[in-house]
Design a protein around this ligand. Structure first.
Ligand SMILES: [Zn+2]
Length: 310
């Protein structure tokens, strides 16, 4: 088995792992009153790994999901079964998986995909679990995964980084590091700075910290926030990349179907009207909310948003 084959197996098994998680939740994670901020997201992220391993073992597949021993950007690694694994050299490893969870009823601020492009390899994965509390009987609730995203992290990083630049952000280069590092030793190469020149990650240059009290800005890679476009240039970058990059298109479609207000805000009323016309509706409302509700109730409307608008 090579890395691509292992990637395809895990990708095609991820939904089954989510179904098994939901079965487990309904029988074990039953509670009176589901609370947001309960740490349940972290538990679900870990459960995905356990469920995936159970499936891989039962099918006799020669790879397994491993946990990183300490804090890394990637939570899991897909490794060769019963072979020595060295997480510093990636020996024995097929690819890495950064897993994030989002509760549809909660603020997304905690969920970030902020790994730098240079830290990612071709088959590394971004996995996102969208979950909500669902009532499972007259009194009890369980955390249920309602949607998930599994795709190559580099494709999402390309979209994220292009929109970061389109919003006025930059990336540090070793040759012009704000900390005046020796270029051959600069550890900040590739670190994102926001449009005020402040660092977005703790590992960015010290001289670009936000203030004496706030160490870093932490907007970079916010799973919903990274798609926001505050100017026409950013909007055209968003749409161009969506047409050209299938992973970006998948990511945008996924976030927007789970956060429909974000999708509605991305487009003008005139643009939504154009889509409604293309869908052939007889009566088209003039109110933006009704217009959006009309077009998004049709299957494949996201394809039209991608293909017809520039
Ligand atoms: Zn530096």
């Amino acid at each position: 088995m090579n890395s691509n084959e292992a990637y395809e197996i895990i990708k095609n098994t991820s939904n089954l792992a989510c179904e098994k998680m939901n079965d487990f939740s309904k029988s074990i994670l039953r509670t009176r009153g589901g609370r947001i901020g309960s740490g349940m997201g972290s538990l679900l992220e870990a459960l995905w790994g356990y469920m995936m391993n159970q499936i891989l073992e039962s099918k006799g597949i020669d790879c397994e999901i491993a946990w990183f021993p300490d804090n890394q950007y990637n939570d899991f690694s897909c490794i060769k079964r019963n072979v020595k694994w060295d997480e510093t050299t990636r020996e024995g490893e097929f690819f890495r998986i950064e897993v994030k969870s989002m509760n549809t009823g909660a603020d997304e601020s905690k969920a970030h995909f902020s790994a730098l492009k240079k830290e990612l390899e071709e088959n590394d994965v971004l996995l996102i679990l969208i979950w909500e509390w669902q009532q499972v009987d007259d009194f009890h609730f369980s955390p249920i995964v309602v949607d998930s995203f599994f795709n190559r992290a580099l494709g999402v990083a390309a979209l994220r980084d292009a929109l970061h630049i389109a919003r006025g952000g930059t990336f540090v280069t070793a040759n012009s590091c704000p900390d005046n590092c020796n270029p051959s030793e600069c550890p900040h190469d590739g670190e994102p700075l926001n449009d005020s020149g402040k660092r977005e990650r703790l590992s960015g240059p010290e001289s670009t910290r936000v203030s004496s009290k706030v160490s870093y800005a932490q907007n970079f890679g916010g799973l919903v926030r990274m798609l926001k476009t505050n100017n026409s240039k950013a909007r055209s970058v968003f749409r161009k990349i969506r047409k050209e990059n299938p992973v970006a298109d998948h990511y945008i479609s996924f976030i927007h179907r789970n956060y429909p207000n974000e999708e509605k805000n991305q487009y003008t009323k005139d643009e939504l009207y154009k889509i409604a016309k293309a869908q052939g509706h007889a009566a088209i409302p003039s109110n933006k909310d009704s217009l959006y509700n009309l077009i998004s109730s049709t299957k494949d409307y996201q394809k039209l948003l991608r293909d017809l608008l520039s």
